[in-house]
Design a binder for this molecule. Sequence first.
Ligand SMILES: *[C@@H]1O[C@H](CO)[C@@H](O)[C@H](O)[C@H]1NC(C)=O
Ligand SMILES: *[C@@H]1O[C@H](CO)[C@@H](O)[C@H](O)[C@H]1NC(C)=O
Length: 679
Amino acid sequence: MIPSFSLLSSLFFLFLFLFPSPTIPSLTELPTLMAIKASLDPQNELLASWIPNTDPCSGSFEGVACDKQGRVANISLQGKGLSGTVPAALAELKSLTGLYLHFNALTGKIPKDIARLTQLSDLYLNVNNLSGEIPADIGKMYNLQVLQLCCNRLTGGIPTQVGNMWRLSVLALQYNHLTGAIPASLGNLPMLTRLDLSFNRLFGPIPVKLVNAPILEVLDIRNNSLSGIVPSALKRLHGGFQYKNNPGLCGVGFSNLSICKATDGLNPNRPEPIEPGNPSTKTLPETVPLKSECSKNQCPQPSKPHQVGVVLVVIGVIIIALAVSGIFTFAWYRQQKQKIGSAIDTSDSRLRTDQVKEIYRKSASPLISLEYSNGWDPMAKGRSGFSKEVLESFMFNLEDVERATQCFSKVNLLGKSNFSAMYKGILGDGSVVAIKCIAKTSCKSDEAEFLKGLKILTSLEHENLVGLRGFCCSKGRGECFLIYDFVPNGCLSEYLDVKGGSGKVLEWTARVSIINGIAKGIGYLHGNKGNRPPIVHQNISAEKVLIDGWYNPLLSDSGLHKLLADDIVFSTLKASAAMGYLAPEYTTTGRFTEKSNVFAFGMIIFQIIAGKRIITQLIRQGVESCRFEDFVDMNLEGKFLESEAAKLGRIALLCTHENANQRPSMESVMQELSVRIGS
Ligand SMILES: *[C@@H]1O[C@H](CO)[C@@H](O)[C@H](O)[C@H]1NC(C)=O
Ligand SMILES: *[C@@H]1O[C@H](CO)[C@@H](O)[C@H](O)[C@H]1NC(C)=O
């Protein structure tokens, strides 16, 4: 019976060979991935991890995530600096559900083959240099939920067929050169929540049918050349409907729109534009058959019985083939299998432990949140209790933040702490900002408390505090973002412990004015301007004092502790205790008072005068006995005013008094400073 057993087992292995087991399909997609790489990264510099003869599903291919069947499910290469073209070969990745190529420098057209990706749900090609028209075939992608094409140079019209993508939830085409009309077919989309067509060259009326989209929340058509009557039903979108800078629009009940004249609806001089992509659209039924089919869950899907049939037929073929090629085939197969196996092994052994973790984290970290329009839940309409003015001037959306930071590109990472990351960014208006990203888990879990803190942050404004530009909370990303003015000259601690001649030695007058500025900033926080209770900063240190282009000091993170969870606040305190900023009474009372800020301020005065981070007993004694060589920075080479140094030293001593009651208030410190050594 042994021969027939080996016959059976060789049949089995041959079967495996012809019908690859779950780990093998990825290898069949390997040539496609190599073609994609060649197209996206023609210089072959940026996708070094995409190596031929490697299993792309092993986790080693940057940005590639596979499904359980070993097929490529997501490609996320946003913000990678890719400068090639969007490859038509993508269409071969039949199981692709997410394609994230935004924030790159891709050029050329969107290939129409991409429409064959019928499993795709997310297509992000925004912020590239794509040109040409949006292919009309795109309407065949009936699983697409998010189509992001903003900020390219796309021309032509919006294809009517977009109205066939019945699952579409976000359609973002803003900042392109699109012309023609808004297709009425968009009103067919039952899932559409956000439609952004702003900053294009669209003309003609707003189709009345658009009002039919049942769950539409955001309709942005700013800066186009649309004309005619604005359907009054759009009022239900409230602030979600944005229509500025369309000189031809008119309507009742919309601010800044004139009442329509009799001729506005039917301007004889301007024939209604023909909807692009399908000139005869008006004669077609408005509802596409596909939609009703799909809503009955009868979408064309690979049918199982059919597959089984194929399998049976092929098994028959195998048996015949076996009879012909027999053991030779089996031997050859084993050789092949070994080759593949060793390729996988080597790729595995190159990636051990933490490296593997890192890569998995990378390839599994997708991506991006689907919700763009709404903030984090606390912000949900009306509930936040923010005034309309505050919301309008401070609320950013995730898209703004992503665009500013080029999708949190590493290039823009300024720094990381145990609970936050800081990115540099550029806003749409060209201003440079620093964006602090805080995980939701590090924030106060009580929404009301959190909002209260946020409100305090938005109320702070002083020339010696880093200005808050806005905030954004994303439920999808689980993060909150605080957007601050960017301060160009780093933080005060960078000017401590520097070598003479390094160019970072602050002159005496700069030191005095920095001390003055910090005092004013803290004094502002302690004052109770306009009913706001005094704020105790809790984390004043040389790291928190930023230096602007004119060497003015700006206190950062003011009020931040009002947003953070208690354990996070404690962990930041540990660091400031280690640096000597923490007032002694904190260890006994566990409470922060204005006097503890005064203590930290005193430490900073010492640091600035001495040019040193660590304040030793020698420095204190130097002040007490007026031995300038012991407490004034040697790098100044004697260029300082002894009277000022002595005065500042004494203030520092007072501020750092062991007994909190003996420390002066910030107000009297400010007075002292201005009387004696100010201006
Ligand atoms: C692909 O991305 C989507 C959206 O982010 C995610 O839900 C899904 O789990 C990803 N699939 C794989 C296999 O990583
Ligand atoms: C939007 O339109 C206004 C008014 O026509 C114009 O001043 C502004 O420059 C436009 N903005 C952009 C980004 O095109």
